[in-house]
Design a protein around this ligand. Structure first.
Ligand code: SF4
Length: 69
């Protein structure tokens, strides 16, 4: 899973949906991806985060092309 930080608006919807996977920097408010390959138990929350993201910058594919679905 990847986040295009250059297009992230730091609205925090992903953090609300999946707090075990996303965090927000206390310093500058940018989003921090805590777990690039979350366990299957997190998939529903991660998919909710993807759907909530207003900038559509969360990709479920990792660098090797593997997706969560
Ligand atoms: S929901 Fe999307 S745009 Fe908003 S902080 Fe998360 S990754 Fe960034």
């Amino acid at each position: 899973m990847l986040v295009d930080y250059s297009k992230c608006t730091a609205a925090g919807q992903c953090l609300l949906a999946a707090p075990n996977v996303f965090d927000q920097s206390a310093e500058n408010g940018t989003i921090v991806l805590l777990d690039e390959a979350p366990p299957e138990s997190e998939y529903p929350r991660v998919l909710d985060a993807v759907n909530r993201c207003p900038a559509s910058v969360i990709s479920l594919a990792n660098e090797s092309g593997t997706t969560l679905r």
